[in-house]
Design a protein around this ligand. Structure first.
Ligand code: FES
Ligand code: FES
Length: 201
């Protein structure tokens, strides 16, 4: 018997075993399992939500489980905000809420009634780039660009919070934004440039 047949035979036996075991579970136990699932994963609920996104007012109806990140990307098609880890680890989804940097993947949309959200799409003034966007271009603050919207939103927060006293301080306060391309030197340089040119942006 060759390896491939052995593999198929094993796969068949394992699969058959799994389904026989499933069939052997008493139906009372199965229904307990399904009841428990219904409790853990609640039914869809919708909620009305007024939100200002990039200076435009939106009247929305959202599933209460929707994150701000999914609302932006899936419902409003503002795909500039990136989904990296979806678990608060990479910073790719950083946006501003009432002027402060926040992770949109960890923010439920329903918790934001009346708040002002700014995404990377809302930074430029028509054709004129935001100073941080211009600095990223000038200082080579990116390579593939996937992390860049989150880096820029976070970099603006870093400057506005006044955490630009040294390279070490910038690195510390930008440590929540990961870049797999390793464009960190250019990112720090961009932040220094903007911090030097303006006190508040
Ligand atoms: Fe939100 Fe990674 S996608 S922190
Ligand atoms: Fe590629 Fe940061 S520029 S991940």
């Amino acid at each position: 018997m060759d390896g491939r047949n052995l593999y198929s035979r094993r796969f068949f036996l394992k699969t058959a075993g799994f389904f026989s075991a499933l069939a052997a579970i008493p139906s009372s136990v199965k229904s307990l399992y399904y009841d428990a699932r219904r409790l853990i994963i609640p039914a869809k609920q919708k909620s009305k939500l007024n939100l200002i996104i990039n200076k435009t007012s939106h009247k929305l109806e959202v599933d209460t489980r929707t994150t701000l990140l999914d609302l932006l990307r899936e419902d409003l098609h503002l795909t500039g905000t990136k989904k990296g880890c979806d678990h608060g680890q990479c910073g790719a989804c950083t946006v501003h809420i009432n002027g402060e940097r926040q992770l949109s993947c960890l923010t439920l949309a329903v918790t934001l009634p009346g708040k002002e959200v700014t995404t990377i799409e809302g930074l430029a003034n028509g054709e004129e780039l935001h100073p941080m966007q211009a600095a990223f271009i000038e200082c080579d603050g990116f390579q593939c660009g996937y992390c860049t919207p989150g880096q820029i939103m976070s970099a603006i927060g870093c400057v506005n919070e006044g955490h630009t006293g040294s390279v070490a301080e910038i690195k510390e306060f930008m440590s929540g934004n990961l870049c797999r391309c390793g464009a960190y030197n250019g990112i720090v340089e961009s932040i220094q440039k903007v911090a030097h040119e303006t006190v508040h942006i």
